[in-house]
Design a protein around this ligand. Structure first.
Ligand SMILES: [Cu+2]
Length: 487
């Protein structure tokens, strides 16, 4: 029943963290930043009348994962939370009612919004206390596939996430169906709670617990990944749109139709390898922004990343598989255009092993490029840490003890991220979308930095505020792998 930590060699590089002493500096746990000083939020610009208004109730609830019931925390009692949808340029006004027993917050992942609505307790707002409410009002300037989740403790590893789709009024369309798929790794209410896992990581001193994945029939052991280490936790289940593989969601269309599939990785600790059996996918967007279209039969999707693909559908029933990279186990959805028996929960389409695409290998569509500009400022950023003792940080320290990166409005800022660890880290910037010069200016807000790799990411400082910059493995971020960009 339990989640388990994976066995892993202790790797301590020269830039590794000292561990326990530094961890003590990291104050935010569980419900959030109770020990922090009150935040003076940035001013809210006048935005005019909202086009989209909604209330989001954050509560303790039960969810049916498809024959398995879990007690967990949900948005409006459903998993994933209800999709929010607007057009680019729209103003959204979302009232959040916190019915949890602890603080929460909502971060609108990938949206280039004004700072006061970014939803990071301790940085942009005070936490939303149990029983309180808070209203987020912001403009969503860029079309694309986004999502929202708490920025409080490890709450994203419960059921608190939902799609946020910003439509493009100039969208050429050219597809018959549009599907949104949210991938997740699941333990809450069926295995250890995320807070227990975090506590175990903090106390970890070399002991490793064991467990099993239900969908692998208890066969232990972790597969290896060509990407290196990509996750610390083996989960009881992996979900697509809130369902375990034995009871998958079915997406229906007609043979020969074109489907646009928006895929969001909302997992806390799992990088997925995604394929649709019997199909080639044409990648059209990543992290909201258009790319030079690329065909692939499989792709990697790290925590916090999004991808949009087009597929021309065959005739029959096909497995859409999100395989938990390096872990064993998978999420499953079915695409049905005709008759035929559904594949088994453990089906593994051959496409999964067909040279999966890293989204950081894409090139941008011309319209997505930032204007050419040399950097005004170059910042070296190191990613540090290891499993034992469990410690993750940036620039040799942890969030709370960190020195924010400072710049000025109007500057082009270059971040050179060097991963000094043996694990891949999906690094995420708030309030901006990076331009990756080594890929012709590919736009992304979440970039997977492989072990011992350096990735250069530029941004245009045109949205002043205090912006979180962190690993989107939520356990890494919560232990301290986070800093901020401030101007
Ligand atoms: Cu990380």
């Amino acid at each position: 029943m339990n989640s388990s930590f994976t066995r892993r060699q202790l790797i301590v590089g020269g830039m590794g963290l000292a561990g326990a002493g530094l961890l003590a500096a990291c104050s935010s746990t569980g419900g959030g930043a109770a020990t922090r000083a009150p935040v003076s939020a940035a001013p809210t610009p006048s935005l005019g009348k909202p086009s989209v208004e909604a209330t989001l109730r954050v509560g303790v609830d039960q969810v049916d994962l498809g024959g398995v019931t879990a007690s967990t925390w949900l948005y409006d009692g459903v998993l994933p939370g209800k999709e929010l949808r607007a057009k680019s340029g729209d103003v959204l006004a979302i009232r959040v009612e916190n019915a949890l027993p602890v603080d929460t917050s909502v971060h609108w992942h990938g949206i280039r919004l004004h700072n006061a609505a970014d939803g990071v307790p301790g940085l942009t707002q005070d936490p939303i206390a149990a029983g309180d409410s808070f209203s987020y009002t912001f403009r969503a300037p860029d079309p694309g596939t986004y999502f929202f989740h708490p920025h409080s403790g490890v709450q994203i590893d419960r059921g608190l996430y939902a799609p946020l789709i910003i439509e493009d009024p100039a969208e050429p369309g050219g597809y018959d169906a549009e599907w949104v798929l949210v991938l997740d790794d699941w333990t809450d209410g069926v295995g250890k709670s995320p807070d227990d896992i975090l506590a175990e990581f903090k106390a970890q001193n070399g002991t490793v617990s064991t467990g099993m994945n239900h969908d692998m029939g208890g066969m232990g052991g972790m597969g290896s990944s060509p990407l290196g280490d990509v996750g610390d936790i083996r989960y009881p289940y992996y979900l697509i749109n809130g369902r375990i593989p034995k009871s998958p969601r079915t997406l229906t269309a007609k043979p020969g139709q074109k489907a646009r599939i928006r895929i969001i990785n909302a997992a806390a600790d799992t990088l997925f390898r995604v394929a649709l059996g019997g199909h080639v996918m044409t990648v059209t967007h990543t992290d909201g922004f258009p790319v030079q279209q690329a065909e692939t039969r499989a792709l990697y999707l790290a925590q916090g990343e999004r991808v949009d693909v087009l597929v021309t559908l065959g005739d029959g029933v096909f497995p859409l598989v999100a395989s938990a990279e390096g872990k064993g186990g998978q999420g499953l959805a079915l695409v049905r255009t005709g008759s035929g028996a559904a594949p088994s929960a453990t089906v593994r389409p051959a496409e999964l092993d067909a040279d999966p695409l890293l989204l950081t290998a894409l090139m941008p569509a011309d319209a997505a490029r930032l204007p050419d500009q040399q950097p005004d400022q170059v910042e070296q950023v190191t990613l540090n840490g290891q499993m034992q003792p469990y410690a993750w940080g940036m620039n040799g320290t942890v969030f709370g003890a960190d020195t924010p990166i400072r710049t000025t409005n109007g500057a082009r800022v270059r971040l050179q991220m060097t991963n000094m660890t043996m694990m891949a880290h999906p690094m995420h910037i708030h309030g901006h979308t990076w331009s990756l010069p080594q890929n012709g200016g590919l736009r992304k807000d979440t970039v997977l930095v492989l072990p011992m790799q350096t990735v250069t990411a530029d941004l245009q400082a045109d949205n002043p505020g205090k912006w979180a910059y962190h690993c989107h493995n939520i356990y890494h971020a919560e232990i301290g792998m986070m800093t901020s960009l401030q101007y």
